[in-house]
Design a protein around this ligand. Structure first.
Ligand SMILES: Cc1ncc(COP(=O)(O)O)c(C=O)c1O
Length: 357
């Protein structure tokens, strides 16, 4: 078996609209010339900010474009919080955000994920007991790494808790538009548009290498965040912002998004079918309706051993413990986005055999 990478959730090369991006880049440089290649204000290319603001029915000042969304998260943790502040996350959660939080010296409270999103009873009791949680980081739609979705009731309850106990909600939503089945639920931003900090990105929708991500901020935070960004990188790449803007303006997304959904829907279905037909009964996995990942829970903490044995057979897995504040030895993230159906079949078959043995 050639190596099969059940590791990073990277969009496959075939998902990147290279020819259209080449046309957009050429046109942007031809028409905007040196202006688009200059230093510029840190909040990002105004036409793209305006377009995103219009879609959300808010003022453009509230939309900040960055070099991908991850760096904006880093800035937020430094701008809004101090070392020692308490934050809450879903457990498991996006591993790079845990790294950023640790680097910023934050105290991280993990809230277990249940079938329908994070364990709010646990959060509520911590708040009632006087824990001063300053911020909660959540990925409510097709979570990385588990693929889970937060139920509507939980979304409403979380927004109500944030208002009552006065903490920031950071809603990270790079997979929200990649829904292959079913109906979208309101975003946390839709439920509390004046107070939720929402992040998203064109990394999964157009190209990760362009590094175009954005945050929608409450009005009173924009100046602080933009100043911090300016002192960090002067300005993000306007050229890349302009390429994305032109891609959207030209209407390319109207064809591209259905193409992506078809590509990933087939792969998701294929992985679910392979899991259903091969995995032993003692494993549990999510059944996402979108995104890039399925989360798999083993019945014991045998993940690290499994990782070694899988490696020897050419199956590369990510160490589940990276997605947890504590534990995680029983968790495996299964990205289906960048694998062919053949690789998915072979990989899941091999994984199931290893787990059974
Ligand atoms: C939940 C989540 N947030 C943020 C990112 C980073 O996105 P960007 O490429 O916009 O920095 C990722 C990338 O995998 C992600 O899964």
């Amino acid at each position: 078996m050639h190596p099969i990478f059940f590791t990073r959730g990277v969009p496959p090369g075939a998902s990147i609209p290279v020819d259209q991006l080449a046309d957009c880049a050429k046109a942007v440089i031809a028409e905007e010339g040196a202006n688009i290649l200059q230093y510029a204000p840190a909040a990002g290319y105004p036409p793209l900010r305006e377009l995103l603001a219009q879609k959300k029915n808010i003022s453009m000042e509230r939309v900040i474009l960055g070099q991908g969304s991850l760096q904006i998260l880093d800035i937020l943790f430094h701008c809004l919080l101090h070392p020692g502040d308490a934050v809450a996350v879903e457990q498991p959660t996006y591993d790079r955000v845990l790294t950023l939080m640790r680097r910023a010296g934050l105290r991280i409270f993990p809230m277990n994920l249940t079938n329908d999103g994070l364990d709010l009873d646990n959060l509520h009791s911590k708040l009632e007991n006087g824990e001063q949680i300053r911020l909660i980081y959540t990925i409510p739609d097709f979570q990385n790494p588990s693929g889970s979705i937060m139920a509507l009731e939980k979304r409403k309850r979380l927004v109500a808790l944030a208002a009552r106990y006065n903490f920031f909600i950071v809603e990270d939503s790079p997979y929200r538009d990649l829904r292959y089945e079913g109906e979208a639920l309101p975003a946390l931003f839709d439920l509390a548009p004046d107070t939720t900090i929402q992040l998203s990105s064109f990394s999964k929708l157009i190209s990760p290498g362009l590094r175009v991500g954005y945050a929608v901020l409450p009005q009173n935070l924009t100046t602080t965040v933009v100043h911090y960004a300016e002192d960090t990188y002067i300005n993000p790449s306007y050229l890349n912002h302009a390429v994305v803007f032109r891609f959207l303006q030209n209407g390319f997304m109207e064809e591209h998004l259905p193409f992506l959904k078809n590509l990933y829907r087939t792969r998701l279905k294929c992985m679910l079918a392979a899991l259903d037909s091969t995995m032993p009964d003692h494993c549990i996995w999510t059944r996402p309706e979108g995104g890039f990942f399925i989360g798999l829970w083993l019945s014991s903490n045998s993940g690290p051993l499994l990782l070694e044995r899988a490696e020897a057979q050419g199956l590369r897995l990510t160490d589940g413990r990276g997605f947890f504040v504590n534990d995680g030895g029983n968790f495996i993230r299964l990205p289906f986005c960048a694998l062919s159906e053949e690789e998915i079949h072979q990989g899941i078959l091999a994984l199931a055999a290893l787990i059974s043995s």
